[in-house]
Design a protein around this ligand. Sequence first.
Ligand code: NDP
Length: 248
Amino acid sequence: NYQTFQPAQGAFNDKIILVTGAGDGIGREAALSYARHGATVILLGRTVAKLEAVYDEIEAAGGATPAIIPLDMKGATEANYRDMAATIMDQFGRLDGLLHNAGMLGVLSPFAHIDLATWEDIMKVNVTAQFMMTKALLPVLLEATNPSVVFTSSGVGRTGRAHWGPYAVSKFATEGMAQVLADEYDNSHLRVNVINPGATRTAMRSKAYPAEDKSKLKTAADIMPVYLYLMSDDSIGVSGESLDAQTR
Ligand code: NDP
């Protein structure tokens, strides 16, 4: 069962894994978890101080020295992603795992009140950036023996819900992008899957549900089994799936 999966000791030794939004929330926990199991992690995010804190924590725990890529996905261009891919190719020669985790919620509001600029920002950060990054990194991923690409969806990426506007639409697009890629690379060694984290105690969740009792929520650490499963060799051959990190 992937919801309780525990990798073997050193299961991620020799794996190079890029995590977006690695400075906070679920992405931070995923980066720390991959590093704990032996991976060299590439920490991509917007706030450098947060990425440096994760870097320090990994080094202090005796993990492989990470790399940091400061990047604001709201403004990044195809050229930025191409440069990034070239740097990773130079430094590592391949990429074994890509976790698309960074995302923005925007403002929950009735459809009639959705502001176009907010809509465009959310589509850029949650969809277009993933397209550009994946496109640029495909050649680097295909250099790996068993590369894994993981996207992050949401419950509202499978069933629309009032007031979740552009965020929900962006997560449907994410599910679609993963399906298109998985189908296209079906006969290759590249696998592409999606995780729906479920309600998790992070800053984004607090923004969406400011009044709820946070102590009842799962933590990012609680939902790591599926994140470890899809990056581990135990999921070789699994592609085109959209998995729930939590039992519903
Ligand atoms: P957080 O808001 O806690 O963390 C999001 C991370 O993404 C942060 O590190 C943030 O950087 C980064 N990020 C946001 N915008 C940008 C940008 N423009 N450029 C680069 N990095 C950016 O969110 P969660 O950890 O809760 O969410 C992680 C993923 O899980 C998201 O895709 C979210 O949609 C999804 N999700 C979360 C759920 C939950 O209950 N928490 C439920 C369902 C889905 P910085 O630290 O600098 O702000």
